[in-house]
Write a protein that binds this ligand. Structure first.
Ligand code: ADP
Length: 327
């Protein structure tokens, strides 16, 4: 993986969807990098900023008071044109022309495809760190931002429960995760939602409707159904069938971008710091085309190609447990 250039100039950028903990990650890249003798630079607005040469020098003070901040202070973007080879080459040349030979990219699987392209086609040494609330990458148990997003959902469940209990109602709470049910499943278990519907498992809407009715017949005074984004096409059918079966009002709410922002949890901040440290260590060893992950609590790294190849395993055990403990 090592390439010919090894230099002591290192840039960092955040790309794709913002995730809480990205700032904690940048902070460690900057301070640990400086501590290891690197000149550190930030690229603003993700790959768009790389194309437009938005490069700033980062010192210790540039990341002061940022460990707790949500979003990304370096800003981020979607940059579809980065998939075009000429655009990517121009972007990388902006760094190479400044004699910056190393780049750390914090982002999701789309951003990692950019990492692979840059690694494969240029002299730049590129390392990826997983920052996405979706936790949808198979090579790593957790991604930066996932824990904070789940805690936001749990907080929403707590607050919505007050209102729907007061009115004896049912709430369908739609949560993010793209094709992954990870946010929904983990939040359902941790937040005590009665039902969870995820893309990875079949859902029988008629059976759910009957079950919700049985719950109210037995004395329940509220029901929360967590609906993962990847199954939101079931929303209308759910509302209609659950309302018909129970003769109660069914509310629907999509939590949306509420799940992206907010103060990162301790877990996300520590994960971000540990992953950033490994990323800088890899750069220091002249590595490229690798991404940092966590397995069984241990930080590790693998090739970006391998990371993109491994499908996310669905936690069947946790799903079965959710089915048992929820109602
Ligand atoms: P995330 O990184 O959170 O998954 P996206 O899927 O939007 O977010 O990807 C972020 C950026 O990564 C895109 O806007 C684009 O610049 C770059 N990217 C995505 N897919 C590719 C690809 N196949 N090749 C090169 N770059 C890509």
């Amino acid at each position: 993986m090592a390439k010919n250039i090894t230099n002591k100039k290192l840039a960092v950028l955040t790309s794709g969807g913002d995730a809480s903990g990205m700032n904690a990650c940048v902070r460690t890249v900057v301070r640990y990098g400086l501590n290891h003798g690197f000149e550190v630079y930030g690229v603003k607005h993700g790959y768009s900023g790389l194309v437009n040469d938005e490069v700033i020098r980062m010192d210790y003070g540039s990341v002061s008071n940022s460990v707790h901040a949500g979003g990304t202070l370096l800003k981020t973007s979607r940059c579809p044109e980065f998939k075009e080879k000429e655009v990517m080459l121009k972007a990388v040349n902006n760094l190479l022309n400044r004699d910056i030979g190393n780049l750390i990219v914090i982002g999701g699987d789309g951003s990692f495809r950019g990492v692979e392209d840059m690694h494969e086609n240029t002299e730049l040494n590129v390392i990826g760190v997983p920052g996405t609330i979706d936790n949808d990458m198979g090579y790593t148990d957790y991604t930066i931002g996932f824990d904070t997003a789940c805690n936001t959902v749990i907080d929403a469940i707590l607050k919505l429960r007050d209102t729907i209990t007061s009115h004896d109602r049912i709430m369908i709470l739609e949560v993010m995760g793209r094709d992954s049910g990870n946010i929904a499943l983990n939040s359902a278990v941790a937040g005590g939602a009665e039902y969870v519907i995820v893309p990875e498992a079949p859902a029988d809407v008629d059976e759910i409707a009957k079950s919700v009715k049985r719950g109210f017949d037995k004395g329940k005074t509220s029901t929360i159904i967590l609906l993962a984004e990847g199954k939101n096409y079931l929303k209308d059918e759910l509302i209609q069938k659950v309302a018909a079966a129970t003769n109660r009002r069914v509310n629907h709410m999509a939590l949306g971008y509420m799940q992206r922002g907010g103060i990162p949890t301790m877990s996300d901040r520590v994960l971000a710091a540990r992953m950033a440290q490994r990323a800088v260590d890899l750069i220091e060893c002249g590595q490229s085309g690798r991404v940092v992950g966590v397995r069984g609590g241990d930080i590790y790294d693998t090739t970006v190609l391998e990371a993109l190849r491994i499908p996310k395993e669905f936690d069947e055990g946790l799903y079965k447990l959710a089915m048992v403990i929820s109602k």
